[in-house]
Design a protein around this ligand. Structure first.
Ligand SMILES: [Mn+2]
Length: 317
């Protein structure tokens, strides 16, 4: 790994340490923060890890009781993880400003080097960097640390399917596997497990799906009533749009549902060169070029018409 770790060992000179990932934490944010906290705990430190609310599907990791949403105002050292810029730690921005020393460990090439010390390099995930941090600090990787780093890596690489996966990533995973981690359980729980209601909901969504614009676009909807009938919670909706996007030859996948009456959430996925972020922005949403979304007020049929008009413009451009 091509990274200058000069000064990283100074972490051990501080006593009151706060570790933070980014807002709306993903698996890399959660896993790398937990791994670093466990590493520091092995070295005699008791860091706090800030998280507003730990998403349910990360609770399978050991050590998650270390996460807290109540933090003090004054820390000696603030370590920001997986955050490309200072805005990403907004919920603890005050703690960042107040800290005597700040570290920034991240793998986003767009990182703005916003801390006093910055350890930024291209890697599959922040978790992959934390593996090397453990070596630098002289901490022995154990099963819990290895599991947290493993979760970070599989989460950011989509189980090694994205281009950010490198031979170095596999080399790190090879080391992690020596710690007897429950990789099968972690992979299943993170990527494949669905509740009964989620499975019913997916079935209904696929049944409701229409193929449009010369088979280039697929759209599906779930109404508030259908959601109630299946007894599904709104956090069980995740991933339906990705399943739709798996259709061979599809360019744009759209999934719309009503979390509440007259409230419609729209999710988009696309293949290059189609930019669904532009479409989402016209609905006051946003996201990435190939994955975006919006929450809109109004009736499902009205919003669907609006969405199809925007999609038609984008696809016929
Ligand atoms: Mn990441």
């Amino acid at each position: 790994m091509n990274i200058d770790f000069t000064g990283i060992r100074d972490i051990l000179n501080y006593d009151k340490i706060l570790i933070s990932g980014h807002k709306n934490p993903d698996g890399d944010s959660v896993g790398s923060a937990l791994a670093l906290a466990l590493i520091l705990r092995k070295l005699g430190k008791s860091p706090d890890i800030y998280i507003k609310e730990l998403p349910e599907h990360y609770k399978m990791l050991n050590g998650t009781e270390m996460y807290t949403s109540t933090v003090d105002n004054n820390y000696d050292l603030f370590i920001a993880l997986d955050s490309g810029d200072k805005d990403r730690v907004e919920e603890v921005a005050k703690q960042f400003e107040n800290a005597k020393m700040t570290y920034n460990i991240d793998h986003h090439i767009s990182n703005t080097n916003f801390a006093m010390r910055n350890y930024v390099t291209e890697a599959s995930s922040t978790g992959e960097i934390i593996f090397h941090v453990a070596k630098e600090l002289g901490a022995k990787i154990d099963k819990d640390i290895a599991s947290a780093i493993f979760l970070a890596i599989i989460s950011d690489t989509g189980l090694y399917q994205y281009k950010n996966t490198t031979s170095e990533t596999y080399a790190v995973v090879t080391e992690l596997m020596k710690n007897d981690i429950d990789f099968d359980r972690l992979i299943r729980e993170l990527f494949f497990e669905r509740t009964y209601e989620q499975t019913k909901l997916l079935g209904r969504a696929l049944e409701n799906m229409e193929l449009l614009f010369d088979k280039r676009v697929a759209l599906s909807t779930i109404t508030f009533k259908e959601l109630k009938d299946i007894n599904a919670k709104t956090n069980e909706i995740n991933g339906i749009v990705n399943t739709i996007m798996q259709i061979k030859g599809l360019k744009i996948a759209i999934f719309m549902y009503e979390p509440a009456p007259n409230n419609v959430k729209v999710s988009f996925r696309s293949m290059e060169p189609y930019n669904v972020c532009e479409i989402a922005q016209k609905l006051d949403g946003g996201g990435h070029i190939l994955a975006a979304g919006a929450i809109t007020k109004g009736r499902m049929d009205e919003i669907k018409e609006m969405v199809l008009k925007l999609v038609s413009e984008a696809i016929n451009k």
